[in-house]
Design a protein around this ligand. Structure first.
Ligand SMILES: C[S@@+](CC[C@H](N)C(=O)[O-])C[C@H]1O[C@@H](n2cnc3c(N)ncnc32)[C@H](O)[C@@H]1O
Length: 410
């Protein structure tokens, strides 16, 4: 989060941009001058920007509409006229300040979540920025998308609410340090403009593409296009990527409450949380019949059946049994979709973590490796980076877990 452009929006990236740069350079040294990089779960664009920093071409997939817009805005740095951007930012701020002193109370920002997360003063100022943006600057130009990103990325610093680990918003947990929206907007805009200057001087290659598409069935057809895949998919650990952007999407009026997250976002994503499998009322028997799971059917079925029983003994009765089956089905389909897009002498790196819902271990590295082989890749190996769940505090179970890199060759 200290690197130019990467630092514009906080999101759980899964890995560092510097590491991605090194991997791309290492792959180039393995005999290739120019390589094409793919990130099928590109999120806020860490891989794509790292590729631009080392002058490699890159494509990403991301179906989360809000996160796709964030990444697209960041990648627009190369088409941005910073002089124009500066002038537009000054105009927005001036008009918003004038509007704010008129003292109108915003109806649009009456959502309960927003009222819990901001003081009235901050909400009035944020609403003024939003109104001026929507009235005069929302036509999709690169500069306009950066103005949108600038307003979006000051929401959390200006909120009194705490942010949980991994960025859920906790309205009942109060923060000590809260920024003023107008000052935060100016500071953030300075950072954007500075960073565009920095990466221009560093000679980044602009033009990486991010498509709003699903890695299970990407609307992208170039055969043998990619030399290197670097990605971090969702883990099967119940993290809800839809909920992670609830504050921002509520602010922009894209959802009015928690219940809309499924139809607006979650339904387009990999099934990696129990909110998803519960909402879609998935049936375990039907999921386990899918041919794509055949390489891991024995072990996966055993784990899912155990989860099916254990949940009945738990208060929350979470649907981890169908979540697990759906998660591996989805990743199996992703490997089948990636096979034709990747070169035969290519390499993929999936940064992954295993999990143990209700204490039942899911062998993510081994099972994903087997699914990749069944899709036509030639070999896999797992490089452990760190242990998780080994401290004794705050734990729901004591199964040792790990995070690392699943390397898939061929
Ligand atoms: C660990 S995050 C990746 C973060 C990314 N490395 C970054 O720089 O921000 C996983 C991402 O996968 C996305 N995702 C979920 N389901 C997907 C799908 N079916 N196809 C492509 N991306 C998906 C999520 O929305 C999330 O942004």
């Amino acid at each position: 989060m200290k690197l130019p452009i990467h630092r514009w929006f906080r999101y759980s990236a899964g890995f560092s941009a510097k590491w991605v740069e090194q991997e791309i350079q290492r792959h180039c040294r393995d005999g290739k001058e120019k390589i094409n990089v793919l990130d099928p779960f590109s999120g806020s664009g860490t891989t794509l920007l790292a590729a631009e920093a080392v002058q490699a071409k890159a494509v990403g997939f991301e179906p989360h509409p809000f996160i796709h817009r964030v990444a697209q805005a960041k990648l627009g740095w190369g088409n941005t006229d910073t002089y124009q951007l500066q002038k537009m930012a000054e105009e927005i701020l001036k008009k918003a300040q004038e509007r704010n002193t008129e003292g109108e109370r915003p109806d649009a920002l009456d959502a309960p979540l927003l009222k819990k997360c901001f003081t009235d003063d901050s909400l009035n100022k944020l609403d003024a920025l939003k109104d001026v943006f929507l009235a005069d600057f929302d036509n999709g130009a690169a500069e306009h998308e950066l103005l949108w990103l600038c307003i979006t990325s000051i929401l959390r610093p200006c909120s009194t609410a705490g942010t949980a680990q991994w960025q859920y918003v906790l309205p009942n947990k109060k923060k000590a340090k809260v920024s003023d929206p107008f000052s935060a907007f100016s500071l953030k805009m300075n950072q954007l403009i500075d960073d565009i200057g920095i990466v221009g001087k560093q000679g980044w290659l602009s033009g990486a593409q991010i498509l709003r598409t699903d890695a299970r069935d990407p609307q992208y057809t170039a055969e043998d296009a990619f030399d290197l895949v670097i990605t971090s998919p969702p883990y099967p650990n119940n993290y809800d990527y839809a909920d992670a952007t609830r504050l921002e999407m509520t602010f922009w009026g894209e959802i009015t409450g928690w219940s809309e997250l499924h139809s607006s976002v979650r339904q387009y994503l990999l099934r990696s949380c129990s909110q998803h499998s519960a909402k879609e009322k998935l049936q375990l028997n039907i999921l386990l019949e899918d041919d794509v799971l055949s390489p891991i059917a024995g072990e996966l079925t055993k784990a899912c059946r155990e989860l099916e029983q254990i949940r009945l003994t738990k208060g929350g009765k979470k649907t981890y049994h169908t979540m697990a089956a759906a998660y591996f089905t989805d990743l199996g389909n992703v490997f089948h979709a990636l096979r034709p897009l990747c070169k035969k002498d290519g390499r993929m790196c999936f940064v992954i973590g295993d999990s143990a819902p209700y204490g039942i271990y899911l062998a993510v590295d081994k099972w994903l490796g087997e699914l990749a082989l069944a899709a036509g890749f030639t070999s896999y190996s797992f490089e452990k980076l760190r242990d998780r769940n080994i401290k004794w505090k705050n734990r729901k179970h004591r199964v040792p877990l790990q995070e690392g890199r699943l390397w898939i060759e061929g």
